[in-house]
Design a protein around this ligand. Structure first.
Ligand SMILES: Nc1ncnc2c1ncn2[C@@H]1O[C@H](COP(=O)(O)OP(=O)(O)OP(=O)(O)O)[C@@H](O)[C@H]1O
Ligand SMILES: [Mg+2]
Length: 293
């Protein structure tokens, strides 16, 4: 079996423009079944746009997007819904229905297989309700099933959103900055939970993040985006210090990180030449830009 045929996700030369803005530029990426990939990059680098192409929320201006063997931009109607039912999506703002209970929110995850609108719990089968309760148990919130979802903490709401995504029995889980609104402790819990569930269910995960340190500790592989271009694609196992510095240099996500890279490069024994000069140059350029603005 070659790598290409085992890829659940395959982008080839994807460019996406919005008017005069180029959100993605000739981006290519393959993700194999079971991989846990982080998209890392500054605000505006194209992370959300890339994720949105994977379930057909955006159509590329050029290039091809293949997911689960389907050419996504060609899908319409029922075929597009069928693809989306196999791709779970969680968001920074959780996007629960605030006035519904936790259990009802989780059940809405099964709507792609239920016809017509549902009112309360009545429209769902007993089997669906049992499954929803199992998923709530899985994310540690079984005791909150009948509570209104807007009374939960942010971390709890994101765990409900994960349970809702699981109702679809997805093959792929996409997460767009899933912990950007959470405190560090809740972030760690949510990220750990996503990994644990992905391993148990054999999910393939593509998750956008801002934080380089979190990406390195959490992902199997990091794909760095800058101005819509893929500027980095590296496994996270056994990274040397120089390689970690290179990641910061290429996709540092805050001015503080860029400064830290500079300090590190000058203060430690890491040989700049060995670190990839391009990364060092990118870091200094970014510092100059940041100090100008
Ligand atoms: N629907 C749209 N209309 C116009 N411009 C858009 C649209 N969606 C994205 N863009 C632009 O495309 C670029 C990439 O945006 P995108 O949201 O993908 O970045 P991001 O990496 O997700 O940023 P953030 O970290 O802030 O979420 C930005 O310049 C953005 O303004
Ligand atoms: Mg985004």
């Amino acid at each position: 079996m070659n790598a290409a045929s085992d890829s659940l996700i395959r982008l080839d030369g994807v460019t996406k423009t919005f008017g005069s803005t180029t959100a993605l530029k000739d981006a290519s990426l393959q993700v194999a079944r079971g991989e846990i990939v982080v998209l890392l990059g500054l605000s505006g680098s194209g992370k959300s746009t890339l994720l949105r192409h994977l379930d057909g929320l955006e159509v590329p201006t050029a290039g091809s997007v293949q997911v689960l063997g389907e050419q996504v931009p060609a899908l319409k109607g029922r075929a597009l819904r069928a693809l989306r039912s196999r791709v779970g999506f969680i968001f920074q703002q959780f996007e629960l229905v605030p006035s519904l209970t936790v259990l009802e929110n989780v059940l809405t995850g099964s709507l792609s297989t239920v016809r017509g609108p549902r009112l309360g719990l009545w429209g769902y089968s007993r089997a669906a309700k049992l499954r929803a309760l199992e998923h709530l148990d899985r994310v540690g919130l079984l005791d909150r099933a009948y509570q209104r979802s807007d009374t939960l903490s942010g971390g709890q709401q994101q765990r409900v959103a994960i349970a809702r995504a699981l109702m679809q029995k997805p093959d792929i889980l996409l997460a767009d900055e899933p912990v950007a609104s959470l405190d560090p402790e809740s972030s760690d819990q949510v990220m750990a939970l996503i990994r644990e569930i992905a391993a148990d269910e054999g999910l393939t995960v593509v998750c956008s993040l801002h934080q380089v340190d979190l990406a390195i500790s959490w992902a199997d592989r990091i794909v760095g985006l800058r101005h819509g271009e893929v500027v980095l694609d590296t496994p996270t196992t056994a990274l040397t210090k120089a390689e970690v510095m290179e990641i910061y240099g290429r996709v540092a996500t805050s001015t503080a990180e860029i400064r830290a890279v500079q300090v590190e490069l000058t203060e430690t024994a890491v040989d700049v030449a060995q670190v990839d000069r391009e990364a060092a140059v990118a870091a200094s350029a970014a510092v100059s830009r940041a100090s100008v603005s």
